[in-house]
Design a protein around this ligand. Structure first.
Ligand code: NAD
Length: 489
């Protein structure tokens, strides 16, 4: 968007060095509204391109992302502090999702016939999913490519214009993505960027958008819903998690330990669906724990993961560890001294009471609690005893599917970490404090579209039901017909 009127600016810093990555405008409410107004024209033009016209442009955008992957990953790494390999992982997943949304939008959203039923057999019925118009996307910083694109790609593929407000910690990555899109769609501002802090996001949720797709904390999600309620703007909320891993007595313990260590510590634990709690069967608990501890001791902050992107998170991680230890928990690796000025050493906590902060609240740092359970019923019960319900993982040879289905989370991976995130055809979203609505997959496309039902009369009905001229004979006939059809038992 134009920055001509922006007065205030802010710097985005490299969290490892405090080097300035770039300076960005703090867009005001008026500027956000102007962007939304421009987006309306852009939305009409973009919708008019149709599925195949949009698919051409989205494929070209995807091509840029893939060809300039190294440049993008370097920027993500500088702005978030994560290793370039992790930046690449999130970027390739985002590209996969963009490819899937582009390829499948017509099939999922295009017009389909529906059966009109016996009473209205004279009608041709169909449904199609039309674009909403302008979608406001508000994103977090922890996966600045994958997370916002999970909404942006699907919203664009469904035919909407998007006004995107990236996190104040990752505006440079947001700018890069939007500039790349403008190269392939120069005609209209179909994807615009607004930058700033909470108030800029708040302005977007107050603006005349047709949907808000928010990813961030549950606390901010509540504020957005309150703002959106004024215009009855629909929202999709992708919020935090307190994701559990269940380790059954017949689990592959090496795989379970590896997944736990990666899931808990990669990206410095700053992953919405990251592993925060583990419930391991008592028959394998000791062996599993020994494997987790051995692997954790090899994990190096600064090499395997970066600093805490948001300095204020350090105090939360410190508080959760301190509370766990004060209440009888033990740190087998790390502990209170693990929290430094920028980096946090990986921390494995055991014997932590289930009602402590480290078990109940989202820590969003490289810590994990591991608890012993008598059986998998107890594991399911404890895993489900959470306000959150984003992801979960089950390690079990025989009971994986059964346990997965009993977990109250939006998605569950069996015998591998995070696999559901990379499968573009699967929906992703939360339960409870983790939010609602879905991104990714068919559900993610429909989230950004409005079902339009059309009934077209093909010939005059033999039984005229919706007319004052309806006869007593017709009424009697319909009564008989319905009792034949539905009244048998
Ligand atoms: P956050 O809620 O602090 O901020 C998210 C975005 O909301 C930022 O762009 C911010 O500027 C904006 N914002 C702040 N106040 C606002 C307001 N009043 N109105 C509108 N927008 C406002 O979250 P964060 O710290 O950036 O991200 C971390 C959180 O995101 C964690 O809880 C994490 O679990 C969650 N997350 C969830 C998913 C998911 O898919 N479910 C993915 C990634 C992160």
């Amino acid at each position: 968007m134009t920055t001509a009127h922006a007065v205030d600016t802010f710097d985005s810093l490299n969290p490892a060095t405090d080097e300035v990555i770039g300076t960005f405008p703090v867009h005001t409410a008026d500027q956000v509204e102007e962007a939304v107004a421009r987006a309306k024209d852009a939305a009409a033009w973009w919708a008019g391109l149709g599925f195949s016209g949009r698919a051409d442009r989205l494929a070209a955008w995807k091509g840029i992302l893939a060809r300039r992957l190294t440049e993008l990953c370097k920027l993500v790494s500088e702005e978030t502090g994560k290793p370039t390999g992790d930046a690449q992982l999130e970027s390739v997943l985002a590209i996969e999702h963009l490819a899937w949304a582009t390829k499948n939008a017509h099939r999922v959203l295009g017009r389909k016939r529906r059966s009109p039923g016996l009473l209205l057999a004279n009608q041709a019925a169909s449904v199609e999913y039309q674009p909403l118009g302008v979608v406001g996307v508000i994103g977090p910083w922890n996966y600045p490519v994958h997370t916002p694109l999970g909404s942006v790609s699907y919203a664009l593929a469904a035919g909407n214009a998007v006004v995107f407000k990236p996190s104040e910690y990752t505006p440079a990555v947001g700018t890069w993505l939007v500039d790349a899109f403008a190269e392939v769609v120069p005609e209209y501002p179909v994807l615009q960027l607004v930058t700033g802090f909470g108030p800029t996001g708040a302005a977007l949720s107050h603006a005349e958008v047709d949907k808000i797709a928010f990813t961030g904390s549950a606390a901010t999600g509540r504020k957005i819903m309150t703002a959106a309620a004024k215009r009855l703007t629909p929202v999709v909320i992708e919020a935090g998690g307190k994701d559990p891993v269940l380790v059954d007595e017949d689990a592959d313990l090496d795989a379970a330990a590896e997944a736990t260590v990666w899931g808990a510590f990669s990206n410095a634990g700053q992953t919405c669906a990251g592993v925060e709690r583990v419930y391991a069967h008592e028959r394998v608990y000791d062996e599993f724990l020994a494997k987790v501890v051995a692997l954790t001791e090899q994990v190096e902050p600064g090499q395997d993961y970066g600093p805490m992107t948001m300095p204020s998170q350090l105090a939360i991680v410190r508080r959760h560890i301190a509370d766990a230890l004060a209440r009888g928990g033990r740190a087998l690796v790390g502990g209170e001294g693990a929290v430094g000025d920028r980096y946090v050493r990986p921390t494995v906590l055991v014997d932590v009471p289930e009602d402590s902060e480290a078990v109940r609240e989202e820590t969003f740092g490289p810590t994990v609690t591991i608890a012993k359970v008598a059986d998998m019923d107890e594991a399911v019960e404890k895993a489900n005893d959470s306000a959150y319900g984003l992801g979960s993982t089950v390690f079990s040879r025989r009971r994986g599917m059964e346990l997965a289905r009993r977990l109250r989370t939006g998605q569950t991976a069996i015998n591998a970490p995070f696999s559901f995130v990379g499968i573009a055809s699967l929906p992703f979203g939360g339960v409870g404090e983790s939010g609602f609505g879905r991104i990714h997959g068919e559900e993610g496309l429909r989230e950004f579209a409005r079902p339009k039902a059309i009934a077209r009369q093909r010939f005059t009905a033999p039984l005229a039901l919706t007319s004052f001229a309806r006869s007593a004979k017709t009424e009697a006939l319909v009564g008989k017909l319905i009792s034949r059809l539905h009244g048998r038992r």
